[in-house]
Design a protein around this ligand. Structure first.
Ligand code: ZN
Length: 287
């Protein structure tokens, strides 16, 4: 395997490209369309708004995403009523009166996505910095025809190996793995073992894409962290897999020092070409 010349995309498998659905597996915090809210004390003022705002301290760090003035013109003062009253007393202004304090609902965190922003700003004017890459994952525009062809090509290569693992760098085959009889001979571990020998870098897989028939187990998912994979594509969920939506989602684990994107590639069933065996459903299964 080591000395195998780079493989170019030979032909696009037209039947597969029309039959795949590519689903990014994202953090539930990002796919959620709402953000949590909390109550806050705001002051209604008839005049001297600018003057009063100028004398107020900045909002605490955790509320910096909030605009100071609401749609109704009221001004955020403090989260608790007690502190709000103290602040108003300290202002010692005829315009700022404790009896004009009202309770409002504000988003308690900064929105991460446009959908969350649309929700948050209904509550209270809120700051937002869109992440274009993330927005493309959320609205499916990431899946350009070229990208879809690329995915379907390498998924086909992976399905051709029984329970296989294929690593691709710059659209060129880097290494493949198939399960071995060794207890740790999972497809990913075998792929890493089959890597061409190189020197100078511990991170051989930097920027690579890895394709798998089955969702990887914890060991293989961690190996892919060390491998510095950029994106992982898998076809079937597996019993011992750790990436799927309602599972552990190891790729989102905050304590890990490298994160990769994960995509599930769903293939529309077609009995005539259903050559990817569904008779096993775990990361490691050498048949
Ligand atoms: Zn595994």
């Amino acid at each position: 395997m080591q000395e195998e010349p780079p493989q170019k995309i030979r032909k696009i498998n037209r039947s597969l490209v029309t039959r795949i659905e590519v689903v990014p597996i994202l953090d539930p915090k990002l796919t959620c369309e709402t953000v949590a809210s909390t109550s806050f004390q705001a002051l209604q003022l008839k005049s001297k708004k600018k003057l009063i705002i100028g004398r107020l301290k900045d909002l605490p760090e955790s509320f910096q995403h909030l605009k100071r003035v609401g749609k109704d013109g009221s001004i955020l003062i403090s989260q608790t009523e007690e502190t709000a009253k103290e602040i108003i007393s300290d202002l010692n202004s005829a315009e700022a009166r404790i009896e004009n304090l009202i309770t409002v609902q504000v988003p308690s965190i900064k929105p991460s996505t446009r959908r969350q922003f649309e929700f948050a700003k209904q509550l209270w004017p809120t700051g937002f910095h869109p992440n274009h890459e993330l927005e493309q994952l959320l609205d499916d525009s990431f899946l350009t025809p070229t990208f879809k062809e690329y995915i379907s090509h390498w998924v086909q290569e992976t399905l051709d190996i029984d329970n296989g693992c294929v690593a691709v760098q710059n659209n060129t085959l880097l290494s493949i793995g198939r399960p071995s009889n060794h207890p740790l001979g999972h497809p990913v571990m075998e792929m890493v073992k089959n890597l061409p020998k190189r020197t100078g870098s511990d991170y051989l897989g930097t920027g690579s894409d890895v394709f798998l028939v089955y969702e990887p187990c914890a060991m293989c998912s961690m190996a892919l962290v060390h491998f510095r994979v950029r994106r992982l594509f898998y076809v079937h969920d597996s019993k011992n897999g750790v990436l799927k939506e309602d599972g552990w989602q190891l790729h989102l684990e905050p304590s890990i020092n490298h994160h990769y994107e994960v995509f599930r590639v769903k293939i529309t069933e077609d009995p005539e070409t259903n050559h990817s065996s569904n008779s096993y459903d775990s990361c490691k299964n050498s048949k």
